[in-house]
Design a protein around this ligand. Structure first.
Ligand SMILES: C[S@@+](CC[C@H](N)C(=O)[O-])C[C@H]1O[C@@H](n2cnc3c(N)ncnc32)[C@H](O)[C@@H]1O
Length: 257
């Protein structure tokens, strides 16, 4: 599992923006939610991280209540701080949950389950997708972004990048993700490949990390973290350009039966 420390969070937020541990910022969130209306909805955010996207679900998309779940105490503390600073304590709640593969929520309790680039970190995806279906109300929507891969066997470069970036298990392919959703009982499953977008976007991550290395004061330990991030992101860019690393938007409905 990734080792989250305050220095790691500094590096990640340099690459991804304030309050984010994944790429694209508010614009990418709008892409994930394109055409959807969250007004009045109860939304669960799986893997809320620092809470940046969790807050936006309420602030920009009108969700009535957003519950963020994460398994790392430091991240949940930061997320709670962010919620408070946005004055959203009544609408957004970020909770520390167990990393046992279950979702700490009642059956049929959310209109929408959202997740941004977090399901990649959860080991038993077949079970986890059944959990998502369980906590959704009938006709509820699962809407997410996740880091998936092509159907080809993993390359050596992919294994190197994956292990170096704290991802212990192989990523699932787009085909496998669709199968998990279908086997969990979801319908109207849609996947949108974001690989071309990400190939264009990664140079911004690289530039931000380089700018920090050139201009910011940092200890030698922190410099090492920035340098590691730079090499890992350059490797990721190759994997994205080669089509092996495929960020993907997913949507699926729980049927009314
Ligand atoms: C790449 S970060 C994305 C965080 C946030 N969604 C964002 O986009 O900024 C992945 C997050 O998933 C969390 N995570 C890992 N395993 C989890 C689990 N079983 N349940 C909930 N969150 C989990 C990590 O702690 C981390 O915060």
């Amino acid at each position: 599992m990734t080792k989250y420390t305050s220095d790691y969070l500094r590096v990640s937020q340099t690459a991804f923006g304030q309050g984010a541990l994944s790429p694209g910022g508010p614009q990418e969130l709008s892409e994930i939610l394109q055409g959807l209306d969250l007004t009045g909805k109860r939304v669960l955010d799986i893997g809320c991280g620092l809470g940046g996207f969790t807050c936006l679900l309420s602030k920009n998309f009108g969700a009535a209540y957003v519950e963020g779940h994460d398994v790392v105490p430091l991240l949940v503390e930061e997320a709670q701080r962010l919620v408070k600073s946005h004055g959203l304590a009544a609408e957004v709640s970020c909770k520390l949950v167990a990393a046992d593969g279950n979702i700490a929520a009642l059956d049929d309790s959310f209109d929408v389950v959202f997740s941004k680039d977090s399901i990649i970190h959860i080991p038993n995806k077949a079970h986890f997708y059944r959990e998502i279906r369980r906590v959704l109300k009938a006709e509820g929507l699962f809407v997410a972004s996740d880091w998936l891969r092509s159907d080809e066997p993993e390359s050596e470069a992919m294994i190197k990048w994956r292990k170096g970036s704290g991802q212990p298990e192989p990523m699932v392919s787009q085909t496998e993700a669709k199968t998990f959703l279908s086997q969990a009982g979801f319908e109207q499953i849609e996947l949108r490949d974001r690989n071309p977008w990400y190939a264009d976007f990664i140079p911004q991550e690289i530039a931000a990390v380089k700018r920090a290395l050139e201009n910011e004061q940092m200890s030698s330990e922190v410099r090492e973290l920035f340098e590691d991030r730079l090499s890992s992101t350059l490797l990721k860019l190759d994997l994205v350009k080669a089509g092996e690393h495929r960020p993907t938007h997913l949507r699926a409905f729980k049927p009314n039966t």
